[in-house]
Design a binder for this molecule. Sequence first.
Ligand code: AP5
Ligand code: MG
Length: 190
Amino acid sequence: MKILVFFGKPGAGKGTQAALLKEHYNLVHISTGDLFRYNIKNKTPLGILAQSYIDGGDLVPDQVTIDMLEAEVQKNPNAAGFIFDGFPRTQAQAEALDIFLAKQNLNISATVALEASDDVLVERLLKRGETSGRSDDQDEVKIRNRFEEYKQKTAPLKSYYQQQNKFHSVDGIGTLEEISERLTQLIDSI
Ligand code: AP5
Ligand code: MG
C-alpha cells in the first residue's frame, strides 16, 4: 500500500498537489486542516475546540489531531493507499502514526517536502486570503506565526524521517504541472 506524507510550510502546495495526484495514484487524500475547517463550519465539538488554535495560526493539540486522523483512516478500509497532507506535524504525531500503521502491518512509503521561500509563500497565502475566507490567511502576523510553528514543531521531523530513509525534497516553485511532474517522477522511483 502506498502511503505518502506531504510535508512543507504553509502555502507550499501540499493540498493543491495532493488533489492533483490522488486520482493518478488512486489514493485517499486526508488533509487535517480541511477536516478541522469542515468541523468548524459545522460547529461540531471538535470544530469548537480547534477554532481558536486555527484562527491564531497555532497547531491544534496533538491527541485531538491524532484521534481525528486515525478515525478518518478507519473510515476508508478499502483504500489502495493514502496521501496525508499536513499530518504529522510534530514528533508526537509522527510517532503515533508509525505505531498506528504498524498495528495494521503498514508503514509510510515516503515523506515528500515541497520547498519554497517564506516570501513567496506569504504572497500566495495573502492572495488566497482575499477570497478563501480562511481566518489564518488574513494577515501577515498570523501567516508568520504559522511559519514559526512549522519551524519549531514540524521542521524537526525532517531528521526523524531521514533516519528512516524516507525523506525527499521537491522544489515547490513553478507551475502546478511542473511540480506535479517532479512529484510523479519521485513517487514512481520509490
Ligand atoms: P492546513 O490546512 O494544513 O494549512 P497549512 O499547512 O498552514 O497551509 P495551507 O493548507 O495553506 O498550505 P498548502 O501547503 O496545502 O498549500 P495549498 O496547496 O493550499 O492547517 C491549517 C491549521 O489547521 C494549522 O495552522 C493548525 O492550526 C491546524 N492543523 C492542521 N493540521 C494539523 C496537525 N497535523 N496538527 C496540529 N494542527 C493542525 O496552496 C496555497 C496557495 O498557493 C493556494 O492559493 C494555491 O492555489 C497556491 N499555489 C499552490 N501551488 C502554487 C504554485 N505552484 N504556484 C503558485 N501558487 C500556488
Ligand atoms: Mg493545505
